[in-house]
Design a binder for this molecule. Structure first.
Ligand code: ASP
Ligand code: MG
Length: 409
C-alpha cells in the first residue's frame, strides 16, 4: 500500500471554498495511486477563540480541560472535511488523536508524541481511501486528551508520515515555501527549492514560523522529507531534507532574525571557578531560557563581565533573579537593554568553508552597524545589534552572500 501524508493549515480549511481547494489536492494524491492520510488544523482563528473562552470561564483554566477544549477545533475541521469528501464520492472518515491512537506524555498544552500505533490506521486504509486525522492532539496512556503546542499539527503530520512510511510529508500552507529570509523585510528574498534539516531547525528556532520546530526534529530523526507548499497554487514548494554535497557548496542558505531579545550584563563579577554556575544555575532553575552568552576574558584583572540574552518577556524576572545574584557574588553592576535583536546567517556550507564571519562583519561595518555580541556554531553566525538596524542588516547579509542569485556563492 502506497501512503501519502498531507497536512493543511488553518487558513487552508477556513471556509467551504478553501476546503474544496484542499479536496483537489487530496484528489491529486488519489489520482497518483496513493492511499491518503490528511492531517488538518483547526479553522483559522478557532484555536485562539477557544483559548480565549477558557480564560473567560476560569481564572486559571485546568490544563487538561483546556486541551480537551482547544482540541475541538481540529475535530470540527476533520468532520466537515470528511463530509465534503464523502459527498464527492471519496471514501473517507475522520479520526481523532485517541482513536489512532497518538500517544503522548502528560505535559498538557505542550505534550510530546511518544508513539503512534499504525495498526488501526492501516486497517482503516483497507476500507477507506482517505483518513482525515486531527492535527495538534494526542492522548496520554490513560486516555486524557493532550495538545502538542501551538502550530503542533505539523508535528502530528510528520510523525504520522514516519509511522506509516509515507514517501514524504506534504505540508500545505498559505505561503509557497521557505524563503531565504523574511520577504516582508527584504524584497529580494527567494523561495528555496531545498533546505537541509539542520538549516531549517536553525531558521525555525530564529522565529521563521513556517514549520513547528518539533516537526523538523522528527523529520530529521526519521528521515522524512517534508515538502512545504501552497494550497492555492500548483507550484513546487521547498523540500526540507537531508543535506547533500550541492547544499554544502552554498555558503549561506538563509538569513534569519529575532527581535524578541533583551541583553543583560553583570559587570565586575569575580573571575573564579563557579561564577557561571552561580549565575546561570538560578536562572535555569526558575525557567529562564538563556540564549547567547559572552564572558569577557580577564587577563590580569580580578573581575570580568558576563553578558547574555533572554526573551523580552523574561526580562523582569531575569533582572529580579540577577539582582539577588549580584549581591551574593559581589558583582559591581547590573545593566540591561531591551532594544536589541539578533540576526543570523545560516548554512551547512559553513562546515567546510572559512571566512564567512569575516565577510559578514565587514559588510556590516561598511554600513556602520555596530555589533554588540557575536555567537557562532558549526552552521550559523549570529550577531546581536540594535533593533533599529535589523532590516538593514538582513538586507546587507542577504546581498553579501548572494542569496538573491540562483546559486548563492
Ligand atoms: N490549531 C493549532 C494552532 O492554532 C495547531 C495548528 O494549527 O498547527 O496552534
Ligand atoms: Mg502552522
Amino acid at each position: 500500500m502506497k501512503i501519502l501524508v498531507q497536512k493543511f493549515g488553518g487558513t487552508s480549511v477556513a471556509t467551504l471554498e478553501r476546503m474544496k481547494q484542499v479536496r483537489a489536492k487530496v484528489q491529486a494524491g488519489l489520482d497518483r495511486g496513493f492511499k491518503m492520510v490528511v492531517v488538518l488544523s483547526a479553522r483559522a482563528g478557532e484555536t485562539n477563540r477557544l483559548l480565549a473562552l477558557a480564560q473567560e470561564w476560569s481564572a486559571s483554566p485546568d490544563l487538561a480541560e483546556c486541551d480537551s477544549l482547544v482540541s475541538t477545533g481540529e475535530q470540527a475541521s476533520i468532520a466537515l472535511f470528511s463530509m465534503l469528501l464523502n459527498d464527492s464520492g471519496i471514501k473517507a472518515r475522520s479520526m481523532l488523536g485517541f482513536q489512532v491512537p497518538i500517544t503522548t506524555d502528560d505535559d498538557f498544552g505542550n505534550a510530546r508524541i511518544r508513539s503512534i500505533d499504525s495498526e488501526i490506521l492501516l486497517q482503516a486504509l483497507e476500507q477507506y481511501d482517505v483518513l482525515v486525522v486531527a492535527g495538534f492532539q494526542g492522548c496520554t496512556e490513560d486516555k486524557r486528551i493532550t495538545t502538542l503546542g501551538r502550530g503542533g499539527s505539523d508535528t502530528s503530520a510528520v510523525a504520522l508520515a514516519a509511522a506509516l512510511g509515507s514517501v514524504e510529508c506534504e505540508i500545505y500552507t498559505d505561503v509557497d515555501g521557505v524563503y531565504t529570509t523574511d520577504p516582508n523585510l527584504c524584497s529580494t528574498a527567494r523561495k528555496m527549492d531545498r533546505v537541509a534539516y539542520d538549516e531549517m531547525l536553525e531558521m525555525a528556532s530564529m522565529g521563521a514560523k513556517v514549520l513547528h520546530i518539533r516537526s523538523v526534529e522528527f523529520a530529521k530523526k526519521y528521515k522524512v522529507p517534508v515538502h512545504v507548499r501552497s494550497t492555492f497554487t500548483d507550484n513546487p514548494g521547498t523540500l526540507v531534507t537531508q543535506e547533500d554535497s550541492t547544499m554544502e557548496a552554498v555558503l549561506v542558505s538563509g538569513i534569519a532574525y529575532d527581535k524578541d531579545q533583551a541583553r543583560v550584563s553583570l559587570r565586575g563579577v569575580p573571575d573564579q571557578p563557579g561564577i557561571a554556575a552561580a549565575i546561570f544555575g538560578p536562572l535555569s532553575e526558575q525557567g529562564v531560557l538563556v540564549d547567547m552568552i559572552v564572558q569577557n576574558t580577564a587577563f590580569d584583572e580580578p573581575t570580568t563581565d558576563m553578558t547574555f540574552t533572554v526573551s523580552r518577556k523574561e526580562l523582569p524576572k531575569t533582572l529580579a533573579i540577577c539582582e539577588e545574584i549580584k549581591q551574593k557574588i559581589g558583582a559591581k553592576e547590573l545593566l540591561h537593554d531591551a532594544t536589541v535583536a539578533k540576526v543570523s546567517a545560516i548554512g551547512v556550507g559553513m562546515r567546510n568553508h572559512s571566512g564567512v564571519a569575516a565577510r559578514a562583519f565587514s559588510a556590516l561595518q561598511a554600513e556602520g552597524i555596530n555589533i554588540l555580541m557575536i555567537g557562532t556554531s558549526e552552521i550559523k553566525i549570529t550577531i546581536l545589534i540594535q533593533e533599529k538596524y535589523v532590516e538593514l542588516a538582513v538586507r546587507i547579509l542577504h546581498d553579501t552572500f548572494g542569496l538573491d542569485w540562483d546559486l548563492g556563492v
